[in-house]
Design a protein. Structure first.
Length: 131
């Protein structure tokens, strides 16, 4: 049911953006789940590098994570903030179930935040340095 909800959400967000815009909208989607260390954040880093090279209007980041590397997440947050400023990038964050620990900072950068029905966002549980 969560995957169906996520699919419906993505269709709703992207179709809604197309209806309100006279020009075509370029979009990218990245999913962050589980422990988020340097290796797990590579897909997001690749998308951010693409945004630097070619215009992307909307970045949708799906989050379901409860642990990660604080320094890596802060580096990503800094890059996202700079891209939003330089490239006029619209950031939409969807929290599926969890945005706990270091990743909880990313939704604070978003222009729009969406969540599933029951969500845990922001608290930092003990003992999650490595998952």
């Amino acid at each position: 049911i969560a995957r169906l909800f996520r699919l419906i959400f993505c269709i709703f967000v992207f179709c809604g953006l197309s209806l309100h815009s006279a020009e075509p909208v370029s979009r990218r989607v990245v999913r962050l789940e589980g422990y988020l260390g340097k290796e797990q954040l590579q897909p997001l880093m690749a998308v951010l590098a693409d945004v630097e090279k070619q215009p992307v209007d909307v970045l949708l980041v799906e989050i379901d994570s409860s642990s990660g590397d604080l320094n890596e997440i802060l580096s990503i947050a800094k890059e996202l903030h700079q891209l939003k400023t330089r490239k006029n990038l619209q950031l939409i964050v969807y929290i599926e179930d969890n945005a706990v620990g270091p990743v909880a900072i990313l939704p604070l950068l978003a222009d729009e935040i969406y969540t599933s029905s029951l969500v845990s966002w922001g608290d930092i549980p003990l003992g999650t340095d490595e998952a």
